[in-house]
Every structure is written in C-alpha cells, then in structure tokens.
Design a protein around this ligand. Structure first.
Ligand code: COA
Length: 249
C-alpha cells in the first residue's frame, strides 16, 4: 500500500483516490500495485457494490511516471505492477466509475475505457501522447477506443495525440456527462451509490453480458506491452523522455 493511493468506503462504494499532487498524480509502480490490489480484493468483497476512481482537484492523472520507463525498457515489459493493474481493470467484477476533474494523460485516459460510468469536469483534458513519445497505446486502448468512438476519433486521440475536452469526451462516448469541478466528486459518489443500491447479482450479470469475454482484452494488453517495451528502447523514445525529464522539450 502507498500513501499516494487512498482507499475509502462510503456505504457500498469503494473510492480509490490517486493522491500525488506534487507530481500531477503520475503513477508509480507502488501506486499501480495498490490499485491492482484494491480492485482484486473488491472482486471478492460482498460489501462493495461499485468502485469510484478519483484524482485531486485539477488532476486525475498525468499517466505513468516517466522516470519508470527506463526500467520497463530494461525488463522488456511494462512492469509487473502496471500489468497487474491493467489486468485487474479487465477482470474487475464490480462496476467501475471515474470522476475526472482536469488532466487525464496516458493511462489516466485509457483506464477510463474500462470504466462503466465516467464523469468529466468542464476543465477536463483527456490526452494520450503515446505516439508523441514514440510509444504505442496501452491498456487495450488500441482495441477499446475504436469500439467506443469509431476509428477516426480513436486515431485522433491515440495516434495524433490531440486532447479531448469535456464535450468531445462525451460525444466520443468516453464519458457520460460534464459536471462542474466543485460538484464532480459528489456526482461520482451519487452515481456509484445508485449502482451499488441495485440488486448486485443482476448488475454483475448484466455488466458481464454487456462487456463480453475479457480474453481479447487480456491478449491485447500483452501484445501492446511487448511493443511498448520495444519502443521504449528506441532512440526516438529515449530522446522524448530525456526532453521531458530535462525540461528541454
Ligand atoms: N512522470 C513523472 N513526473 C511527472 C509526470 C509524469 N508523467 N507528469 C508530471 N510530472 C511532474 C513534473 O516533472 C513536475 O515535477 P517537478 O515539480 O519535480 O519538476 C511536476 O510533476 C509538475 O509537472 P509540470 O510539468 O510542472 O506541470 P504542468 O501543469 O506544467 O504540466 C502535464 C502538467 C501533465 C501536462 C505535464 O507534466 C506533462 O506533460 N507530463 C507528462 C505526461 C505524460 O507524457 N505522461 C505519460 C503518457 S504515456
């Protein structure tokens, strides 16, 4: 467990808060590990009826901690904790919700594609600058994004790296509604409580029917991870990270 991920319960709702504001909620291995553990534990916890992801004011997450990318390149994959979290998203049995106030970069955006209900604030900015960093998409987003929003918009988000504002996120089917920043957490908890109050087994089965088999998503996560790690070793990717870390970009 890490101090940068806070778990709390409100009735049948488990809230998972990413809380590393000084680094814009960039996700470390420990944070991924803590979130994976929380998701897996919730699968077997009858008291949990819905899970709500939260960030801090103005920032949902700046994505993977860029400092960890060097380690991923050396190990040849995305890192055990990252993969554990991505797989836990896919096999999560409880409905997943997110309240996104402000920035959601990289996995901060792709994790939303696994959520069942997403609220964004009027200052939300969702982006996946994978290709700008000479990388490829992850979290099975290469499979989920075209399903959710169609090829053209998936390409704009994942390959062109253009950020989506709140209205665009809703139009693309990535989010359900735009909510004022100061209301978004309350609205997130209300939606999560609404779901948690429904007959649990009926929710679970209905969600399973809607989502279908997780197999293709799990396979795509592995396929993307291999390619991602190979890309990390490329000269163009190294140059992009150094530019960010040295603030020369
Ligand atoms: N990994 C590691 N550190 C990060 C980070 C990341 N993904 N995102 C932000 N940070 C750190 C910054 O290095 C900075 O640290 P410092 O205060 O010690 O210098 C701090 O968080 C604040 O970030 P800063 O860039 O000053 O804030 P900003 O408001 O100007 O910009 C972002 C915010 C998110 C737009 C910008 O930080 C950014 O582009 N981050 C990288 C996002 C990214 O590429 N993620 C990976 C996608 S695959």
């Amino acid at each position: 467990m890490t101090g940068h991920v806070e778990l709390s319960r409100r009735g049948g709702v488990l809230a998972i808060r990413m809380n590393r504001p000084d680094k814009k909620n960039a996700l470390t291995a420990a944070m991924y590990g803590a979130m994976a553990e929380a998701l897996l534990a919730a699968n077997g916890d009858n008291a949990v009826g819905a899970i709500l992801f939260l960030g801090v004011p103005g920032v949902f997450s700046a994505g993977n901690d860029l400092k960890d990318f060097a380690g991923f390149a050396a190990s040849g994959n995305l890192g055990q904790e990252v993969l554990a979290f991505l797989r836990a998203l896919v096999i999560a049995e409880k409905p997943l919700l997110a309240a996104v106030d402000g920035l959601a970069v990289g996995v901060g955006t792709t994790m939303l594609m696994h959520c069942d209900h997403v609220l964004v604030s009027e200052r939300a900015k969702l982006s996946t600058p994978f290709v700008n960093l000479a990388l490829v998409p992850e979290a099975a987003s290469s499979l989920l994004a075209p399903r959710i929003m169609g090829h053209a918009r998936a390409f704009e988000l994942l390959v062109m790296g253009r950020p989506f504002g709140p209205e665009q996120a809703v139009a693309a089917g990535l989010a359900n509604a735009v909510v004022a920043s100061d209301q978004i957490e309350a609205a997130g908890f209300a939606a999560a409580a609404e779901i948690a109050a429904k007959p649990r087994e009926a929710v679970r089965l209905s969600r399973q029917l809607i989502k279908g088999s997780p197999d293709a998503l799990l396979e795509r996560i592995d396929e993307e991870a291999l390619m991602f790690a190979n890309r990390l070793r490329s000269a163009e990717a190294q140059k992009a990270f150094m530019a960010f870390l040295n603030k020369t970009g």
